[in-house]
Design a protein around this ligand. Sequence first.
Ligand code: ADP
Length: 444
Amino acid sequence: KSATVPKGDGSINNTDEDDEEDVVDLAASSLLNKLIRQSLVESSHRVEVLQKDPSSPLYSVKTFEELRLKEELRKGIYAMGFNRPSKIQEMALPMMLAHPPQNLIAQSQSGTGKTAAFVLAMLSRVNALELFPQCLCLAPTYELALQTGRVVERMGKFCVDVQVMYAIRGNRIPRGTDVTKQIIIGTPGTVLDWCFKRKLIDLTKIRVFVLDEADVMIDTQGFSDQSIRIQRALPSECQMLLFSATFEDSVWQFAERIIPDPNVIKLRKEELTLNNIRQYYVLCENRKDKYQALCNIYGGITIGQAIIFCQTRRNAKWLTVEMMQDGHQVSLLSGELTVDQRAAIIQRFRDGKEKVLITTNVCARGIDVKQVTIVVNFDLPVNQAEEPDYETYLHRIGRTGRFGKKGLAFNMIEVDKLPLLMKIQDHFNSNIKQLDPEDMDEIE
Ligand code: ADP
């Protein structure tokens, strides 16, 4: 698909898909998250641990030194700029590196250090002198597999004889090839093919099995069953590790089927709240009117950076063109862009190259631009049944209590949508004040 970018004259081609809402694709948002992640995500919660054997002592580490890693691996970690284990790594690493190996199910939000942890486990268990696959990591998509592979390459920079190979569609290996790479990362379908049909990988020799992004994995037709077929062929002494950013019942059920006798580690996500956000609404007649109100707000207060949410691509494009024609620096982020293009746009916005980011629901969750103080709902988030979408409202506007700054939120409301807004107000038990866009004194 090609990207829609505004042309020089400010016009944008509309397509049939424009009236559709952008659906959130789990694998794409996960990849986007990885591409735009700059540092560890913190959490004020405690790590919860459920040991398979509650009587065995529970170790945690505060430094990487305590783990007694191979020298070349220790160097790799410091070269990546890691000084100490992340919160989840403090508990997970001793379990993952224990002798005899222990199985683990770990859940914590994206950005908390899960990938780094299991890459460390794979690299520390691999024997560089043995030239056959020893670690197997399953990922939901080609792109996510590549991202993990990059971490292996960076962390394993000084493990010179350790190599990675990708079992992904399009990576054609002639039949009868002797696979000498020690770490295989791939998607379930292709891995299954390589193991059973093409016999490129001998599963009985795998020491570490990782199932990454379990929540995304079970969302894809066929991947759960394929993963389970692979797991069933592993030797009983193989270490099995499963990671997920979220933990609905369905993920949990899958995890318990695929990981025998696990330890379980969970780090709860920082809750979003509306407590530090002042919320306003402006009553409008129509789209043009909403735009006028937006301009008034824009002219009336000093704005750092703002994100504006629209319900459809068509609205988002229209608004982008209007604002550009009025001389604003805006960028448009919508679902027809590739993940790489989205990441680039978010990066430019973070760097302050544009003041305003206009978007559809594609980035309702996950993007976290700290300097944004203003969020505008150009359209209220509603679901298929035309009821308010509370979750999305919270994700667009909410901040985490401890790390969040104060913020302002504006809702542009057509009169007939007012009942929806009132429902949102009641739902969150918060106060959304009416604003006269001609009179901004109210705000500052
Ligand atoms: P997850 O797999 O949970 O999404 P990652 O392992 O990808 O998290 O880590 C998120 C970001 O934090 C990455 O940029 C990674 O390089 C970095 N990171 C991971 N562990 C540490 C650590 N111990 N110290 C500093 N940065 C870390």
